[in-house]
Design a protein around this ligand. Structure first.
Ligand SMILES: [Zn+2]
Length: 563
């Protein structure tokens, strides 16, 4: 670690460097000196940041959906600005890495019909009562009279002696599951990770596990608190075209139908089956839980519009001056939800905070690094990935097809949703305690008179919900800092209230738009901190590692050992 000096001194250092240059020039030829643009960390300003946000989050960019005009405008804007800043193309002679995707869109507002043993048909409507879809990449799929089985949290975790599928065969059946995990439900720190959601609590893990178990259908019961978002987020995020990587088996090995249903409708189904949902919640908390057959059958026909789409990751590099093969990676997803033509009024999901802010941060930092008179010894790669909103697909594609070998990727930092309410004394780090990267962040936070803080909402499983996770799960040490709440003047409650106001009213909605009232000084301070961390690691021969017990350490050790 290079320096632990307070921030103010650092800035002076930068300026003085700058000053020196300026002075030298003037004394030599007495020409009036033109105003030089700030260099390095000083190039990270609210003007540069908001300038890029305004463009990326403008209606003209149409909510930046993959495979649309919005994508074209976005990736060209990114490439042009990387080039203008003086960064090299990051994928051979191109700034783009092609990401072949397929989009499957349910177009028949598919109903989900539940038949009781008495022959009563309960029809759940789309998308008010349920949202169903398929990852089968075909025109039509049909689920017919598939027996419902309640499997608790739908978790099979041998290393935790937990298997909700123990003793039940769900092949061809439809499993009904709870969201999150038993650790959250019991708040027992000994169970899973207690309040902090594990990957097992995530919807993507539950659907994949249901498929591995051979289930023809899979239903997750929505519940706002354990899910950490309201039904409106489910109905907006899981309707419309759903992208996926192009699967060799066209998704045949996955469940025919996947779904969320509202808690009220789940209560109705359990009561129709002579069961009590609250009692089932209780039962599911125990490792002795046994799956419960429900005397109900599910049927649905989903008609799809299937289209192959080619999207792009945008990659730029600042080659290292001494160790160019060793790479520090900054990343942020450029994509968002696009436009919803079926929606009245404002139907553009501008995604100003999510994630035009992080993408603008990536550009602003790239410009700052490129302006450094002395380039770092290791290379710095800046990557804006696609299709994060569709399930981290751009980063998953990069991780499976890395341009820079993952074993030579020293570490990385992901930015997703910067803060817009001013400077904070704290910096929240999602997944704090997982790796030695914390030490670098802590040192730089101290230089800004700030302190690190773990995620106050660990139950939301944020570490598994953004792009760093696709590289982390393959072993690369990745850090995911997320702003902070302890506002320098107005305190913690103010920051929490501002963040909650965004999550409740704007997250994944058309109103996530840039506003002149935003105060981006806090995000500038965060970006300057991230800049210093990357600069430090890129000017060292350190290889930061995962801490003992971290779920990705084994993968990294094997990776570095060339296995
Ligand atoms: Zn995002």
């Amino acid at each position: 670690m290079k320096s632990l000096l307070p921030l103010i001194f650092l800035v002076l250092t930068a300026c003085s460097e700058q000053g020196n240059q300026v002075q030298n020039t003037s004394s030599e030829n007495d020409q009036p000196t033109e105003k030089l643009s700030p260099l390095g960390i000083d190039a990270i300003t609210t003007d540069s940041l908001t300038g890029h946000i305004k463009v990326l989050a403008s209606d003209e960019f149409e909510g930046r959906a993959p495979g649309t005009v919005g994508e074209e405008k976005t990736i060209n804007y990114l490439a042009e600005n990387f080039k203008k800043a003086g960064l090299q193309p990051g994928n051979g002679d191109s700034y783009f890495q092609k990401v072949p995707l397929t989009s499957v869109e349910a177009v028949n507002q598919p109903a989900l019909t539940i038949q009781s043993s008495e022959g009563e048909a309960i029809v759940l409507n789309y998308p008010s009562d349920q949202v169903i879809w398929t990852r089968h990449q075909t025109e039509q799929v049909t689920l017919n009279d598939s027996q419902l089985v309640f499997v608790g949290y739908g978790i099979n975790a041998p290393e935790r002696n937990w298997n909700d599928y123990d003793g039940v065969d769900v092949k061809g059946k439809t499993v009904v599951m709870l969201v999150n995990d038993p650790g959250y439900a019991t708040q027992n720190p000994e169970l899973f990770n207690g309040n902090a959601m594990t990957y097992y609590g995530r919807w993507d893990y539950k659907f994949d596990e249901a498929a591995r178990q051979g289930a023809a259908g899979a239903i997750i019961i929505h519940d706002t608190l354990p899910a950490a978002y309201p039904w409106s987020t489910v109905s907006s995020s899981w309707t419309g075209p759903k992208f996926d990587i192009i699967r060799e088996d066209k998704g045949e090995s996955l469940s025919i139908m996947e779904s969320w249903i509202t808690k009220d409708n789940a209560k109705l189904l359990f009561s129709k089956s002579g069961l009590d949902l609250d009692a089932m919640y209780e039962a599911a908390k125990s490792a002795d839980f046994k799956a419960v057959e429900m005397n109900l059958k599910a049927s649905a026909t989903i008609q799809n519009k299937v289209a192959n789409v080619e999207s792009n990751n945008v990659i730029a590099i600042l080659p290292g001056s001494k160790y160019p093969d060793e790479v520090f990676l900054y990343m942020a997803h450029w994509d968002h939800l696009g436009k919803d033509p079926s929606k009245e009024g404002d139907n553009i999901f501008n995604g100003a905070l999510d994630n035009a802010s992080g993408t603008a941060g990536l550009l602003t930092m790239a410009e700052a690094f490129a302006s450094l008179p002395e380039k770092p010894e290791r290379s710095i790669v800046f990557m804006a990935v696609t299709a994060e909103e569709q399930g981290l697909l751009g980063s998953a594609h990069y991780a499976a097809n890395p341009v820079y070998p993952l074993a030579n990727t020293v570490a990385g930092l992901n930015m997703d949703v910067l803060k817009n309410f001013g400077r904070t004394n704290d910096l929240v780090v999602i997944g704090l305690g997982m790796s030695q990267l914390d030490g670098y962040l802590e040192a730089k936070a101290k230089s800004q008179n700030r302190y690190l803080k773990p995620d106050a909402e660990a139950q939301k499983g944020y570490y598994y919900r953004s792009d760093h996770f696709e590289l982390a799960k393959l072993g690369v040490p990745m850090i995911y800092p997320k702003g902070g709440y302890d506002h320098v003047e107005k305190g913690f409650e103010y920051g929490m209230a501002k963040a909650k106001e965004y999550t409740d009213n704007h997250y994944h909605g058309p109103s996530d738009e840039y506003n002149e009232s935003w105060d981006m000084t806090g995000s500038v301070q965060d970006l300057q901190l991230y800049f210093m961390v990357g600069q430090d690691i890129a000017n060292s021969q350190d290889w930061p590692e995962w801490n003992e017990g971290a779920e990705f350490k084994a993968a990294r050790d094997a990776q570095r050992a060339g296995k």
